[in-house]
Design a protein around this ligand. Structure first.
Ligand SMILES: [Zn+2]
Length: 55
């Protein structure tokens, strides 16, 4: 299974697909070569918990 990681470089912010087995390793951004630590899949906008809001 693959999932996306986002380049932390503000000027790049490229999404790249990494393999599940790459979790816990460092990959280089294909565009700017910034090292990206592969952790848990980035929460998408829709799955991000929304802070409790009362009506
Ligand atoms: Zn990049």
């Amino acid at each position: 299974m693959v999932f996306a990681v986002q380049c932390p470089e503000p000027k790049c912010r490229k999404y790249m697909l990494v393999e599940e087995e790459d979790r816990g390793t460092i990959v280089l951004c294909l565009v700017c070569k910034t090292p990206i630590r592969v952790g848990e899949p980035e929460p998408s906008e829709t799955s991000r918990p929304i802070p409790g809001r009362r009506s």
